[in-house]
Design a binder for this molecule. Structure first.
Ligand code: FES
Ligand SMILES: [Fe+2]
Length: 315
C-alpha cells in the first residue's frame, strides 16, 4: 500500500450476494479490517452489525442464530436487533443501556447486499441504482462467483482506464476505447473482439460504469447481450474479495442459456485470474512512467481520490 491513499474509500461496498443470505441466514464476514455479521431476520431485510458482542466479546457471526428479527449471541444468548440495540438478556431483569453494537447502513440492490463505508460517518452521497434487467423475465438470473485477491482496490479500479493491458493480459483486440468521469461515476466505452481462452471469438461493444469506488456494471452487446457486475470489498489493506456476476438476455431456451451463463462466468473467472497474476505480484507506483497511449490513468486516479476525503482535504 502506498503512503498516498491509506485506509478505505467512502462508498457502497457489496459484501454479499442476496443468495448468500436466505431467510434466517447468518454470515460471518471480515471487511475493512473488522469482523462483521450479516443476517436476514423475519422481516426480510438484511442487517449488518459489528460482529463482537458487547457483553463478553463472542463473535455473533459464529454460532449466532436468527430469532425473529434479531440475532442471538452464541455465548449467553443476548439478542440484538437490526439497529444494533440489545433487546433481550434472558437472565437479567434490566438490559444494560450500553449494550449495543454498531449497525451498518445496508442496501440490497440487484442481487447484492451493500454496506455504506465512511470513516467520517457521513450519510450516503449517492445510491445504487436498480437495474431494470434484474428480475426481468427477459433476462437470466445472475450467475455470481468470487475470488480473494492479495492486492488493494486501486489496482482493480485502474483496469477501467488501462487500455494497454487488454491485448497483453486478456488477448482482447480493442477498436475503440474511451473514458468519461462524471461525479461518482467512471465510465469506460469500448468495442473490439474478445478471444475467449476456450476458443472462438466474440465481437463486443460495451459501456462499463463504476458507481462509486467499488461497484461496476457493464452493459455489453456481444453474441448474447449481457450485463456484468464487478465489485470488490476490502478485507484489509492488503487483500479484497472480488465478486463478479453475469446475466444474459434470454435469446435461447433455458437449457442453452444455462450453458452460456456457465461459459460467460468461466470467461470472466479466467479474465480475473489473468489480472490477478499481475496484481498479486506487482508494486504500486504513485508516479508511474506513462506513455501517450496510456489514456486516462491520471484522470482515473484523480477521480478516485474523491472517495478519500481526508486526502482531498490536504493540498
Ligand atoms: S458474549 Fe454475547 S451474550 Fe455473552
Ligand atoms: Fe484486466
Amino acid at each position: 500500500m502506498s503512503k498516498e491513499l491509506t485506509g478505505y474509500a467512502t462508498g457502497w461496498f457489496a459484501v454479499a450476494t442476496s443468495d448468500e443470505l436466505p431467510a434466517g441466514g447468518v454470515l460471518s464476514m471480515k471487511y475493512f479490517g473488522q469482523k462483521l455479521v450479516a443476517f436476514r431476520g423475519d422481516a426480510g431485510a438484511v442487517r449488518v452489525l459489528d460482529a463482537y458482542c458487547p457483553h463478553l466479546g463472542a463473535d455473533l457471526g459464529v454460532g449466532g442464530k436468527v430469532v425473529e428479527d434479531t440475532i442471538r449471541c452464541p455465548f449467553h444468548a443476548w439478542r440484538f436487533a437490526g439497529d444494533g440495540a440489545c433487546v433481550e438478556v434472558p437472565y437479567a431483569t434490566k438490559i444494560p443501556p450500553r449494550a449495543c453494537v454498531k449497525a451498518w447502513l445496508v442496501r440490497e440492490r440487484n442481487g447484492l447486499v451493500f454496506v455504506w463505508h465512511d470513516l467520517l460517518g457521513r450519510a450516503p452521497s449517492y445510491e445504487i441504482r436498480e437495474m431494470p434487467e434484474h428480475g426481468s423475465p427477459e433476462w437470466t438470473p445472475w450467475t455470481f462467483n468470487q475470488i480473494t485477491i492479495r492486492t488493494q482496490p486501486r489496482e482493480i479500479i485502474e483496469n477501467v482506464a488501462d487500455s494497454g493491458h487488454f491485448p497483453a493480459v486478456h488477448g482482447t483486440h480493442l477498436e475503440q476505447f474511451s473514458n468519461e468521469f462524471v461525479e461518482h461515476m467512471a465510465i469506460q466505452r469500448s468495442a473490439g473482439v474478445a478471444y475467449p481462452r476456450g476458443g472462438g471469438s466474440d465481437k463486443f461493444n460495451l459501456t462499463a460504469t463504476y458507481y462509486g469506488p467499488s461497484y461496476q456494471v457493464t452493459e455489453m452487446e456481444s453474441f448474447i447481450p449481457n450485463r456484468l457486475i464487478n465489485c470488490h470489498a476490502p478485507i484489509d489493506e492488503d487483500s479484497l474479495v472480488l465478486r463478479f456476476g453475469v446475466m444474459l438476455k434470454k435469446v435461447f431456451d433455458d437449457a442453452k442459456m444455462a450453458k452460456y451463463s456457465a461459459a460467460y462466468i468461466n470467461n470472466l473467472q479466467v479474465g480475473f485470474a489473468e489480472d490477478r497474476q499481475i496484481w498479486e505480484n506487482k508494486v504500486w507506483r504513485d508516479r508511474p512512467t506513462l506513455c501517450d497511449g496510456d489514456g486516462a490513468i491520471g484522470a482515473l486516479r484523480r477521480w478516485y481520490r474523491q472517495f478519500y476525503p481526508e486526502v482531498e482535504a490536504t493540498p
